[in-house]
Write a protein that binds this ligand. Structure first.
Ligand SMILES: [Fe+2]
Length: 240
């Protein structure tokens, strides 16, 4: 890599997502960052990260991989997650709860659990570009929030189509799917994105709306095995 001239300081911030089960940090302005052990690396920024080689290669915006004793040569903002094979205690970690405890209308019989949410910073980007739209939009500032979810094997986590933010998901443990539907009905499935550890579908599946909001198709997470996944939410600043 060519020598970089910026002198922005690297900042590493621990993020408490599931104490004792998942270790997570966010690293801003990473330069020659060593990644020790087997680690999921998520690019939270809209600029490509550069992973060490040989050969060096980009980690595209809103995408992820697993590194093992390797290096992030340069990144605007990445999240590093390390998890063991046993995640059975995750729903007992501090501040975890069944989603019905947060949203009373959510069905109690659906085994969906959420961990604590954390604001990890702000970022400015053109949401139209981020969503792959065929136009140039207006850059805006977004707050970046993260949390983990858990669902046991065989859980359909509920079809929904409303979010006031851009969301992406990174698989941390187990195998699941992000599914899209033509209606609030499982028989209307039209896309089935497989989720394995270290994977993030790189293009969020919402579109911008004229009023500044986001249009989502009907969608859900489906856990084929016990699953832990990371949700990253980009909220327009001041609208959370
Ligand atoms: Fe969603």
């Amino acid at each position: 890599m060519a020598a970089r001239t910026d002198v922005t300081q690297t900042v590493t911030t621990p993020v408490d997502l599931a104490e004792g089960v998942v270790d997570a940090v966010v690293v801003d302005h990473a330069v020659d960052l060593p990644v020790v052990g087997r680690t999921i690396v998520v690019n939270l920024a809209r600029t490509p990260a550069v992973l060490g080689g040989p050969p060096t290669r980009p980690l595209l915006p809103f995408s992820s991989t697993i590194l093992a004793d390797a290096t992030v040569e340069h990144a605007e903002r990445v999240m590093l997650l390390r998890v063991g094979d046993d995640v059975s205690g995750i729903t007992g970690a501090p501040q975890w709860c069944h989603f019905a405890d947060l949203l009373p209308a959510f069905p109690r019989e659906t085994g969906l659990y959420r961990g604590p949410r954390t604001l990890v910073g702000t970022t400015t980007f053109d949401p139209a570009e981020a969503l792959g739209e065929e136009r140039v939009g207006v850059p805006a500032e977004f707050e970046v929030w993260v949390n983990l979810w858990f669902a046991p094997e065989g859980t359909d986590c509920s079809i929904h189509n409303r979010h006031d933010f851009i969301e992406i998901h990174s698989q941390v443990h187990g195998y699941g799917r992000m599914q899209k539907f033509r209606a609030d009905d499982h028989t209307t499935l039209y896309e089935d994105q497989l989720m394995g550890p270290g994977h993030t579908p790189p293009v969020p599946f919402c579109r911008t709306r004229a009023d500044g909001g986001f249009s989502y198709p009907w969608h859900q997470y489906r856990a084929d095995t016990d699953c832990v996944w990371l949700a990253v939410e980009y909220h327009r600043t001041g609208e959370r």
